[in-house]
Each structure stands twice: as structure tokens, then as C-alpha cells.
Design a protein around this ligand. Sequence first.
Ligand SMILES: *Cc1c(COP(=O)(O)O)cnc(C)c1O
Length: 427
Amino acid sequence: MNLFSLRRTPPSLDDLTAEYRQSTRHDSVPHDYLMPAIERPAPVFVRGQGSRVWDAQGQAYLDFSQGGGSNCLGHSPGVLARALSDQAYGLLNAGVGFHNQGQLNLAQRLCETTACDQVHFFNSGSEACDGAIKLARKWGQLYRGGACRIISVSNACHGSGFGAMAASTPGVFDNRFEPQLPGFSQVPFNDLAALHAAVDAKTVAIMLEPIQNAAGVIPASGHYLKGVERLCRELGILLILDEVQTGMGRCGTLLVEQQYGVRADIITLGKGLGGGVPLAALLARGRACCFAPAEIGGSHHGNALMCSAGLAVLDTLLGGHFLAHVRESGQYLQDGLTRLAQRHDQGELRGTGLLWGLTLGDEWADALVKAARQEGLLLDAPKADCLRFTPALNVSKSDIDEMLLRLGHAFSRVRTAQVHCRKGIAV
Ligand SMILES: *Cc1c(COP(=O)(O)O)cnc(C)c1O
């Protein structure tokens, strides 16, 4: 029913204006109702388009975080909005107890394009990593005499579920809500001998991120990952690759394992898979496909609406020269960041495709992120001395140029503040 039809007289222009203001007054909503989950800066975002996002005050920002890489096609891409809208009018949710066409389509397309045999959909990367641990333990029950121990690596971060958290490095979370899930151990990353020594009869899998994300974009060496794969085959344990960040074209190929020339038994996907809506996946190959009915489930797993988003994203990534373009843009971003880092005397640049981490000469990443925001640029700082860049995969060269310009200003801004601060102390 039209709101205005309840009124006896048509609304005046003033009424309409007031009503519009009321309906668009985003900035006065208090945030005390939110549980404190993560420290957030003041801006309240209300609109996004491509690499740009606007706050309630109308301030535009260039977004080189894109929700930590989740918005792989940028903000509100037409292809995704249309797919979601069409699906929303057609069927939102058949219920987890029934098939829906979207889930079947996405499952087939995802398995065919990643050379996997089966998939299960989740709502978050963390949940998919929990699922990977369950699947590995099921495999251990079936084929390895009940072996259940998962080996992960130093500085890992697989998410916040109890399984994913147990596989992550203790320092990642301020509170791990002890006691932890038993059956996990960690070895140093990029250290093959340490892994070899750690595998025992109770071990069922090694789980790692091919490029560590939260640790500050730290890649496994090619030699290491190949070696891990070989070791897994020799010792008869599973290789689980967490590609929640590196998958879905982020690194210039659909999965980053392709670049390393390895084949995991189990792979997790998340972030970019939904292009900004919550969708994650657990993929498996061969004998690792061993769940039986009623072993895994969730009300929204394979939700028709979310799967329509996944299909739109996947079709876009695989269409035309999209991934070649990601590699090209990645090279352009790498070159630009290298020059910028040299000019400002900063440290090492790591990554590939459109996933980059820049280690700074000092622990001033938070100050830089703040200064960048004042320059209208959104970035992440996974570590106190590291900036992370995860722009839209279809980011333009001119947006990359603009980002470099704004980041340069942010560097100068923080430098100036530091000099003033030092002078203040000296006086
Ligand atoms: C983000 C991330 C996760 C967790 O995914 P959520 O969707 O935040 O639960 C797990 N592993 C890696 C490598 C990630 O980058």
C-alpha cells in the first residue's frame, strides 16, 4: 500500500523533503547496539560503485580493500545485482532439504572449472575451513585408522570457528575461549623438514594458505608447496589448501594452486566467491570426497540467492580475458607500488595478481591507513608494519594511478606529522 494513500491531502513539497531526509538519515544511527567486534572508523557507508564507495556525508573513497577482497567485481556490479535481483524474484530459498537449480548449476560449474569432484557450500570462509577439518577427519576415520591430527603452519589464519581457530596461530585472536579443540599442531611455514618431522601415525592432513593472508601476504615458496604435496603423497596424508583469499581469480588464475603446479585434496573458497555476499565453498577431489548424508549441514548452505551470486561471479571471471586482465593489472600495481616503496624508502612488496602486501620500514601501518582515509583511500593493515592491497579484480589503470597518488600523499602526511612530533619533543 502506498503510504501517501493514507493521507487525506497530498503531501507538500516540504513534507516530501522531510520524509526523504528522514529516510536517508544514516549518520545519526548510534552504534552502541553493536557488540564490539572490530574497531571501526567513523564513516558510515551508504553507496558503492566499482572502485568507489560513498559515506553518509557524501564523501567518496577509492576502495583498495573491497571488504578484504570479498568484492571481487567491485562495489555493486551490475552483473551481480541483476543475478541477485532475478533470483530474489524467482526463488530465495528452497530449504536445505531440497535441491535448487542455482546450487546445482554452481556446483557443476565450480567443480568442472577447478577440476574438483564435489563441493559443499557454506556461508563463510571460516565455516568452510571448519568443514575441511571435518572432511579430513572423516577421511581419517575411513582410511587411516582414525587418525585425526591436523598440522597447520606458523602465522596461519583460517577463521574464527573453533576448528578454524585451532588451526590458526594462537596470537591471531585476543581470546581463543579456551579450551581449544584438541588434535592440532603447528610447524614453521616454508620449512619442509619441520613438517616431515611432525607427521606421525595420528596425522591426517596438513592445512595451509598458499599465500598467507592475515600474516601480511606471505607466499609459500614454490619449492616448499611442491615439497608439501610430495610429502603428503608419500606419507599418505591429505593436503588442504585454504584459498579463501587466494582463490577466485585474486591471484590471476582461478585458483593459486595452478600457479604452484600442485593439486590439493581439499580446497576452501570464500571471500571473492560471493562477490560481496556471504558464500563459501569446500571442494574435494578423489577419495577425499567422503562425507555421508547427515554429517554436515546448515540452514543456508547452498542457498539459492547466494548461489546465484556465485554463478554470476564465476561466469564473469571465466569470461573473455578477465583473468589475463587481472594479471596485467596486477603487474601494473606491482610496478607502481615498487616505485612508491622505493621513493618512500619502504620495505618489501609481496604477492601476485591483485593481492599485495607492502612491509613498511616502521610499525606505522595504522597511521598510514588513517592518513590514506583522510586522502579518500581505503586500505587494510593486516599487521602493524604491513599494508594490504586487494582492489576489485576489474580495477582500472587510472584507479591504480589515483591510488598511488593518494597513498603518496598519505606517506607525506604521516612523515610530516612525525617530523612535527619529533620537533615538539626536541623543543
Ligand atoms: C578471510 C579468510 C578466512 C575466513 O573467512 P571468513 O569468511 O571471514 O570467515 C579463512 N581463511 C583465509 C585465508 C581468509 O583470508
